[in-house]
Design a protein around this ligand. Sequence first.
Ligand SMILES: Nc1ncnc2c1ncn2[C@@H]1O[C@H](COP(=O)(O)OP(=O)(O)OP(=O)(O)O)[C@@H](O)[C@H]1O
Ligand SMILES: [Mg+2]
Length: 237
Amino acid sequence: QRISAWQDFARRLAHEIKNPLTPIQLAAQELDETYDGENEAYRKKLEHARAIIEEEVATLRRLVGEFSSFAKLPRADLSPSDLCDLAHGIQDAVPAILEDVGRGTPAPVEVRVTCATEPIRVRMDPMMLKRGVDNLLRNAIQSVYEAHPSGGGEVLVRAYRTEASGFIEVRDNGPGISRENWDRVFDPYYTTKTEGTGLGLAIVKKVVLEHGGQVRLDRAPEGGARFSIELPLMDSP
Ligand SMILES: Nc1ncnc2c1ncn2[C@@H]1O[C@H](COP(=O)(O)OP(=O)(O)OP(=O)(O)O)[C@@H](O)[C@H]1O
Ligand SMILES: [Mg+2]
């Protein structure tokens, strides 16, 4: 399958990048620490170069960490659960995500989470699916916050059901995604953000497929993006 070929690639890439990092860092330390010349300006230059190398090595290590956690994404462990419980769990996570996106002060974005009063019974791995919906919510908040930095951004997370399926959708009033990119956004490493890894939606897709479900993207009634996850309903008990 396409996603698991990417996972394999991520694993190998992570490995190839990780191995040389320690020797690079040690070599930079060595150069800096063993200089015993008199040239003060040169000693400063060495220190500066070492700091840059160490910082960039740390960044690469973090990136490699992301790659390998994508490569190691576990198999879903499915059990009967209620999509509304998932929605409530997401509700609890909202303040922390707003704080994260606003870098310490909560981003002024209005987030509503709704669910039907009746349980929506599906088979799911609650932790993995929550991770997926969390990624969708984070994306939505980031994009409306960027579009409306001083308020006015709105995100709706809604769980509902039809005859045969349970749904959880995340939609926003941000800039949306142009139609020609609707497929690409799910590709691993596709990102338009300076600090993005582009793995968020690839993880969502993988998680949803493991649930025997589907994830779709279209335009939200509010004008932004709408991502909806569809899961088969369990037969009534
Ligand atoms: N709600 C949204 N509104 C507008 N664009 C979106 C939205 N969600 C995703 N995108 C687009 O899809 C791209 C891929 O999203 P994805 O979550 O996979 O990676 P990312 O958010 O860029 O990086 P990361 O998730 O690692 O922080 C984003 O860079 C953005 O361009
Ligand atoms: Mg993301």
